[in-house]
Ligand binder design. Structure first.
Ligand code: ATP
Length: 241
């Protein structure tokens, strides 16, 4: 249970499966307003599948609510409309569309009278986007594309933002920009779920951590309790015995 006042995302008994093969089971966690929960674990642990199940793009079971409203029976697009937004590993951008068009598309999940302000918020967090409004997404660097992917999600005014390995393949300079953006969003009261393989980056922003091994939570706790690299590696190994 989070110490934060309002629970924005509550997940209980979550599974994820491909056909009959279950890759996550009985995952329970919640995310409070202004809280960053990181999901750590070895390759193949089921982190991406877990986010997919919560977002409604991977089959699964379990109870999911956003701000107390049950969304687990809704299709993915209605979960997004209910405030749950996933920035997937592949970033989910439209490569032939410009930065402006991608941001406009993201903003369509927000009320019409707030779209302008939300796009401005995205470009304030990532000023490079303001300079590249007419550039095609596919012509941007990996770091710029990641900023656009997060900016596109922000433009849709999410309650809960789920990010799947946003630092993957990026230069360390981009880490700082992403870290500052996540901190600003947390200060705004957003709930953030961050799947991350880069442990130092995760440790620098996490309020709470979950460690997933073989599709199940083997540890969860306040940041700092379990994120020492050695302790984390030990938790992977212990659970495999
Ligand atoms: P990584 O850090 O390497 O991305 P992960 O923790 O995100 O790993 P997943 O990608 O969720 O793990 O994979 C969990 C398990 O589900 C793996 O055994 C993987 O092979 C399997 N899996 C993932 N996608 C599919 C799919 N589309 N069809 C069948 N099995 C899949």
């Amino acid at each position: 249970m989070t110490k934060h006042a309002e629970i924005l995302l509550e997940c209980s008994g979550i599974s994820a499966r491909y056909g009959h093969i279950r890759v996550c089971r009985e995952v329970n966690f919640s995310v409070g307003a202004g809280e960053i929960v990181t999901v750590l674990g070895p390759n193949g642990a089921g982190k991406t599948s877990l986010l997919g199940s919560i977002a409604g793009i991977v089959a699964g079971e379990g109870a999911i609510s956003v701000r107390g409203k049950s969304i687990d029976r809704l299709p993915a697009y209605r979960r997004a409309r209910a405030g749950l937004r996933l920035v997937p590993e592949g970033r989910g951008l439209f490569g032939t569309m410009t930065v402006r068009e991608n941001l406009l598309l993201g903003s369509r999940l927000a009320p019409e009278d707030r779209r302008h302000e939300l796009i401005a918020k995205a470009t304030q967090l990532f000023p490079v986007l303001a300079d590249r409004m007419e550039q095609r997404a596919r012509d941007m660097s990996g770091g710029e594309q990641q900023m656009l992917a997060v900016g596109k999600a922000i433009a849709g005014d999410p309650t809960v933002l789920m990010l799947d390995e946003p630092t993957q393949g990026l230069a360390p300079q981009v880490f700082d920009i992403l870290r500052r953006a996540l901190e600003a969003l947390r200060n705004d009261g957003m709930g953030i779920v961050l799947v991350e393989q880069h442990h130092a980056f995760a440790a620098s922003v996490a309020d709470r951590n979950i460690v997933l091994v073989n599709g199940q939570i083997v540890h969860s706790g306040e940041a700092g309790q379990i994120l020492g690299r050695e302790a984390l590696m030990a938790s992977y190994t212990e659970s495999e015995i």
